[in-house]
Design a protein around this ligand. Structure first.
Ligand SMILES: *Cc1c(COP(=O)(O)O)cnc(C)c1O
Length: 422
């Protein structure tokens, strides 16, 4: 019923003289007209301020987890603000390098790194490799035998912790494809191997327990597991991964990056860890900085059942509702603070009944075809998880700052859709 909680909008969002949504001084309806819809709009200063907050909270070794949102401009922005970049595939690595980020500012992740991915990273002098399996040790060691420099590594452990989050984004439990389990003894064995091996330089441990986690207690527990496992073993660096949750809907509240870092540092002190503590925030950097603008195309009212509001994007630009049942809020770009008494199901234009963006979206009663609908907090895992399903071209991405908008990723064209066809 009530209007959108404005705290869900980017830092520099405001309400214009006619009640319209302004982001960093740019009128959202105008942006939709100028760049088309669907459109990802990022408040550039919001992104920068979260990067700066992460660097202040964790220090220089903190990484931006690029899988949350990556394009060349984003890579330059995070690196420019003093972060390193966490990449988990050769593709993310290539985008970061093409953006001008040096290899020694990249941290290579992945549970199945190929020989080629490792060779490039070692050859170019990647900052850290997060070793995930014994097969990977074998691959790195044979590359070093070929003459490449042994990389600095963190050993990724799975601490046996089930954080309260969606099953698909839990990564700390024993039954996981990631890392070396504590309870099987694999973690101790991997640490031993890393310390003895001539193919790697052991820096420390990495533990990432999942994503969209709100309770600091889980990070606390992960730190304790790390401390027990180290038990006298010298480690220069401990990475707690990413995973800090963000508020997507009215009822949610999340700790800030600063609060998260304070809790992690306190836990490390309490556990007697004196290694450098680093982290890899993704969602908490990018999610709330971005909104998506859609044009309402069809309104279908089924009396006594529901009202479907169809927009011009869908699961191809935001698969999170389909994958995880994630919730979002909505507002009208022309009147952000309007009461929202009407409940609708916001759906996309894909040929799937499951193509839902907002299950129970509150919208103003006078919503009409042609309106620009805004979904806040879509800056992470939207564009990056997007697809071309139904051959819907991927949206453009626009950064806004001080009343100026610039496209950093152009909209895909129909030609782009056929670029790979032979
Ligand atoms: C996904 C991931 C991150 C980022 O997680 P967020 O929840 O976006 O902060 C960091 N590190 C690793 C290893 C990851 O897999």
């Amino acid at each position: 019923m009530s209007s959108l909680p404005l705290r869900l909008l980017p830092d520099n969002a405001s309400i214009g003289p006619d009640g319209q949504l302004l982001i960093a001084g740019c009128d959202a309806v105008e942006l939709a007209r100028a760049f088309g819809t669907p459109l990802f709009v990022y408040d550039e200063e919001h992104l920068r301020s979260r990067c700066r907050e992460a660097v202040a909270a964790f220090g220089k070794g903190v990484d931006y987890a690029t899988k949350a949102f990556l394009c060349k401009e984003m890579a330059r922005l995070a690196y420019g603000e003093g972060m390193k970049l966490d990449v988990s595939t050769g593709g993310e690595y290539a985008v970061a390098r093409a953006a001008g980020v040096p290899a020694n500012a990249l941290v290579l992740h992945g549970n199945n790194k190929s020989v080629d991915e490792l060779r490039t990273a070692l050859h170019e002098g990647v900052s850290r490799v997060i070793v995930d399996s014994f097969d990977e040790f074998d691959r790195i060691e044979s590359l070093v035998k070929e003459g490449l420099e042994p990389p600095k590594v963190l050993v990724r452990i799975t601490p046996g912790i089930e954080a309260h989050t969606h099953e698909y984004v839990q990564t700390g439990q024993d039954d996981s494809k990631f890392g070396f389990g504590i309870h099987t003894g694999a973690a101790a064995e991997a640490i031993d191997r890393a310390r003895r091996s001539h193919g790697v330089r052991f820096e420390g441990l990495h533990v990432h327990i999942g994503s969209q986690i709100f309770e600091e207690e889980f990070f606390d527990r992960a730190i304790k597991v790390v401390a027990d496992l180290l038990d006298g073993i010298e480690a220069a660096e401990i990475s707690v991964g990413g995973g800090l949750g963000v508020a997507y809907v009215e009822e949610e509240e999340a700790p800030t990056i600063t609060e998260w870092a304070a809790a992690v540092h306190a836990a490390a002190r309490a556990a007697g860890i004196d290694a450098r503590i680093v982290a890899e925030p993704g969602r908490s950097i990018a999610a709330a900085a971005g909104v998506t603008l859609y044009t309402v195309g069809t309104i279908k009212h089924i009396p006594g059942i529901r009202t479907y509001l169809s927009v011009d994007g869908g699961m191809s630009d935001n698969p999170r509702p389909v994958l995880y049942g994630s919730g979002y809020e909505t507002c009208l770009a022309r009147e952000v603070e309007a009461d929202r008494p009407t409940v609708v199901t916001v759906v996309g234009k894909h040929c799937e009944s499951g193509d839902v963006l907002v299950r129970d979206g509150n919208v103003p009663a006078d919503i009409r075809v042609g309106d620009i609908l805004c979904t806040p907090v879509t800056g992470a895992y939207g564009h990056s998880m997007g697809s071309n399903y139904n051959k819907v071209p991927r949206p453009a991405v626009v950064f806004v700052k001080d009343g100026e908008a610039r496209a950093v990723v152009r909209r895909e064209t129909y030609d782009d859709l056929m670029r790979l066809d032979i």
